[in-house]
Design a protein around this ligand. Structure first.
Ligand code: ATP
Ligand code: MG
Length: 562
């Protein structure tokens, strides 16, 4: 994302014409923010980031980049019981990996707690906030209904002095959890529930990952968020649609304090098919070991996609393709798969790997030779390499059929097929063990059919991949399928029962071409005909290569090794 767009005139910059850009264009015209554009991404550090967060990061950073503005990474760390440094660290890594540049601005809401406290005191002093002794349950019970006003708290009309005293003592830790709150004094009859004297502070005796035990009170999201935006000089505070009803409160707090007032703008969150996106559900998948951690390659997390071999470019393209809307919808996961294929097609080195091997012995071939192969037909710079061709080879079990259906153009008894970059071979004999399992194919090769040579004129319908049995390397290959069996599992109460039991298929004894012994973490490969692969950062080692399939070559879920 670090392009030189900033040096180009506006008209030449690539532009996603979504409605937020239109708002900002208008603001620049009217000079509403003195020409500034400043956005932020405000995660709560209570989980790892997922693809929905990636959409928000791309949107917010993309805007800052486009308008030559600024982008903050701000941790909304106002809820000590659920937050952790591990999450902070993973979020920083993921945002950087995506290419969103926050410069030196890693900011924390908890750094503003003192200032927020003072703003709360100011609201108390202007008669706009009060300490309430009702429990959170009692507050909920007296909120009223859509057609009925809520009940005013019996403590609503405390004196300013009494409120100041009680609030100071709440801060000191004098009261137990849940025994008091600070509430804004707005309107218990408002048609908007968020305006019915909302809670600003709760008493929480808990250790905060950055503040330790300094605080016994913690601000609510609605109270804190606008203050954070205001203190950082954010111009456009972009959030998801569920906060639309909270905007009047966002505005009320900032107007009541008469402080710098950013504009909140809502957009539709990303929902992706065949997965869940709520952090609570993702945490449950991790804790209850349905997956192997937050970075399991089946998870919709940024770290999971990274481990699986997705690229930041592909994820950013995906964010661009899906655009930004004002209405919630379910995005088809195949769009994400399209974006990753499109990117890897340009970048991935082509190699040959046999996932489920069966041995081929060429009865009329002796010795060995090196054959030329193209590393990436999409990238002339990628060059060529040599493949060792030997008497014994492996081919894919699925490329041979003893009793083929009509239209099967690969190897059959008595039939011919071309070995990629090599020769046409003919299957002469099928060797079976005592149980009738095929263990070896005896074949002959036709020396006049060497790929690329002038004498090679024979044509066959099928070409298959292979690896030399003598030089090939053993590897484990991990194939992933969708994590859930239904399109929208997040909507269902029994979502855990909808997990795809076959979402991971581990093949222990694959054979890959010898060039792969030099593979390093982060390299992208296309295993010809079987998909895009990368080394697995958790299980692969110098002793044992372990590859993850990033994505199949085309939309052929279920036909895993065809
Ligand atoms: P929760 O509120 O349950 O902790 P969250 O996913 O909203 O979950 P946050 O850490 O508050 O978590 O999210 C950080 C930012 O990412 C917010 O601005 C939020 O609007 C945005 N965001 C979260 N989920 C999505 C999504 N699915 N699509 C787009 N943006 C999202
Ligand atoms: Mg949230």
């Amino acid at each position: 994302m670090q392009t030189d767009n900033n040096n180009k005139p506006d008209s030449e910059k690539p532009k996603t014409k979504n409605f937020i850009y239109e708002i900002i264009d208008e603001d620049l015209k009217t000079n509403k923010w003195g020409g500034r554009v400043h956005t932020r991404f405000p995660p709560e550090p209570n989980g790892y980031l997922h693809i929905g967060h990636a959409k928000s990061i791309c949107l917010n950073f993309g805007i800052a980049e486009h308008y030559n503005g600024k982008f903050n990474l701000r941790f909304d760390d106002t809820n000590p019981e659920k937050e952790d440094q591990e999450y902070v660290d993973s979020i920083v890594e993921d945002v950087k990996w995506l290419g969103a540049d926050f410069e030196d601005r890693i900011l924390y809401a908890s750094d503003y707690f003192e200032q927020m406290y003072e703003y709360a005191v100011a609201l108390i002093k202007s008669g706009k906030a009060y300490v309430c002794d009702l429990t959170p349950e009692e507050i909920r019970a007296t909120r009223g209904t859509p057609t009925e006003a809520g009940k005013e708290s019996p403590h609503r009309n405390r004196t300013i002095e009494e409120n100041l005293d009680l609030f100071a003592r709440m801060r000191q830790g004098e009261f137990d959890n849940g025994t008091k709150t600070l509430r804004a004094k707005i309107d218990m009859a408002s048609p908007n529930f968020n305006m019915r004297d909302p809670i600003m502070y709760r008493i929480v005796h808990a250790e905060h990952h950055r503040q330790g035990n300094k605080w016994a009170i913690y601000p609510t999201y609605d109270w804190a968020h606008g203050l954070e935006d205001s203190l950082e000089g954010i111009t456009h505070s972009i959030c998801t649609l569920e906060f639309e009803n909270h905007r009047p409160l966002y505005d009320w707090y900032l107007d009541s304090l008469a402080i710098y007032h950013p504009q909140q703008i809502e957009f539709a969150r990303l929902n992706l098919s065949y997965t869940v996106m709520s952090k609570r559900k993702l945490l449950q998948l991790v804790n209850e070991k349905y997956v192997d951690g937050w970075d399991d390659p089946r998870m919709p997390t940024i770290s999971g996609y990274r481990r699986r071999g997705y690229t930041p470019e592909a994820i950013r393209n995906f964010a661009e393709i899906i655009g930004v809307a004002k209405r919630d919808a379910l995005t088809d996961i195949s769009l994400l798969e399209y974006a990753i294929r499109d990117d890897l097609n340009k970048k991935a080195k082509r190699v040959m790997a046999v996932l489920n091997p069966i041995k081929v012995v060429l009865t009329n071939y002796d010795g060995e030779e090196e054959l030329g192969a193209i590393n990436n037909p999409e990238d002339p710079e990628a060059g060529t390499r040599k493949l060792k061709f030997t008497k014994e080879l492996f081919i894919e079990q699925s490329d041979f059929m003893e009793n083929p259906p009509k239209g099967f153009f690969r190897l059959v008894p008595g039939g011919e097929v071309r070995l990629r970059y090599a020769y046409i071979i003919k299957c002469e004999e099928v060797i079976k063990d005592s149980d009738g399992n095929i263990i070896e194919l005896r074949c002959t090769y036709d020396p006049d059919t060497k790929s690329g040579s002038a004498t090679s004129t024979k044509k066959v319908k099928g070409t298959i991949h292979w690896v030399s049995a003598k030089y090939g390397i053993n590897a484990e290959v991990r194939l992933y399928d969708r994590l859930f069996l239904t399109e929208n599992p997040g909507n269902k109460d029994n979502w855990l029962e909808l997990i795809n039991p076959n979402s991971l298929d581990v093949i222990k004894n694959s054979i890959v071409e010898p060039s792969l012994k030099d593979a390093v973490m982060g390299d992208k490969f296309q295993f010809e005909r079987t998909g895009y692969f990368c080394l697995d950062s958790k299980f692969s080692s110098t002793e044992k290569l372990v590859f993850n399939r990033t994505v199949t070559l085309k939309d052929s879920w279920g036909k895993k090794s065809s």
